[in-house]
Design a protein around this ligand. Sequence first.
Ligand code: GLU
Length: 332
Amino acid sequence: MCGIIGAVAQRNVVPILIEGLSRLEYRGYDSAGVAVLNGGIKRVRAVGRVAGMQAKATEEGLHGLVGIGHTRWATHGGVTEYNAHPHISHGEIAVVHNGIIENHDEHRAHLQSLGYIFESQTDTEVIAHLIHHHYAQCGDLFAATQRAVAELVGAFAIGAMALKSPDIITCARVGCPLLIGLGEGENFIASDVSAVLSSTRRVIYLEEGDVAELGRDHVTIVDRSGTRVARPVHVSDVSLASMELGPYSHFMQKEIHEQPRALTDTIEPVISEGFNPLLFGTEAEAIFKDINGILILAAGTSYYAGLTAKYWIEAIAKLPVSVEIASEYRYR
Ligand code: GLU
């Protein structure tokens, strides 16, 4: 699961982007990159840890007031520097992307017929060229992002910026999480709140199909029909300390040790006055009566947990359970 960060500010955003990516490291990734607007789109990418990419960015003196960053978990194309994000179209549009574009092949063929040359094996590069194609026609990054998003099929979150629109970034959310962080004279996008906590606690969680434009002093959001919408602003109470690695060697070890607390925090409010079937939702009682089998979709560690749950649920509830790897399920 990759991570997205972006910032439009009155200060150098490179430290914000790098810190944000470090906060997203717990999600797992294979490569990382950042790009900023500074008389051109300046980009640094590297396979491996954020710290390695950060060293390159420092060496190259990367800085700028507007930028986007990414930690990649490769789905299309190998783990290489040229497949790492951000992807750039014609030196004018840069894009970071979380997720998968299902119809990338047909877009690639069409964009190639229009003269676009692909430099990576990723599905993401299609998005950069598609936004570039629309931007060339309308000269408006927000409109170009909306048009591109309407043509993409898949589950994705994206962040984009344009050399000729140097005071904004755009973003969209379809099937993958993305939020907007609201600062004072600066705004941010991120995959989760941990990435923006050092700058702000005020966040807007984008809803399915939302596309947004962020400037230093404005945020404009449209829903999937293109209608302007106002989304609620939340004040996050997540503590930065809880995001730190603390005494643990890595985040998986930390998560394992946090499980008792996480389970208690989740379940206790619902069962503190005896077992409450509402634990499973308001319609659970009615639905449970009609269940004759259970399918658990999971990945990685949760897949193994699902295999254990299968034995327990079958033994206790006497219902057949199957466990499938989530990412493969839709293709089966
Ligand atoms: N599908 C994109 C790629 O392979 C993004 C993967 C991700 O979510 O990091 O580059």
